[in-house]
Design a protein around this ligand. Structure first.
Ligand SMILES: [Zn+2]
Length: 99
């Protein structure tokens, strides 16, 4: 079942719902009927991370996402800046690399 994020246009509540693609949008938890679907399939990795963080993803989900994306990001940086620069200036990236 796909998962969608919604924002209530009345009170601004952001909530998550699982339902079929063609099913109607669920109402706001506070009882308002008018909600808008938020775009969660952001192409950018950083926006994906932000979305995960903002919707209370579990620690495991975040770690999985981080472990999956970090080596890719690091490789891009190494290609662009060189191994030495990344090793020196990217402590967060280096820290999360799996051996
Ligand atoms: Zn509402």
């Amino acid at each position: 079942m796909p998962r969608y994020d919604y924002r209530c246009t009345t009170c601004g509540e952001v909530f998550e719902a699982r339902h079929g693609f063609d099913d109607p949008a669920p109402p706001c938890p506070n009882g308002h009927a008018t909600v808008e679907r938020l775009i969660t399939s952001a192409p950018s990795m950083l926006r994906g991370m932000a979305a995960l963080t903002s919707k209370n993803a579990t620690k495991e989900e975040l770690q999985d996402k981080w472990a999956e994306e970090t080596p890719k990001l690091r490789k891009k940086l190494v290609d662009k800046l060189g191994e030495e620069t990344v090793a020196k200036h990217g402590p967060t990236l280096n820290m999360n690399i799996k051996p």
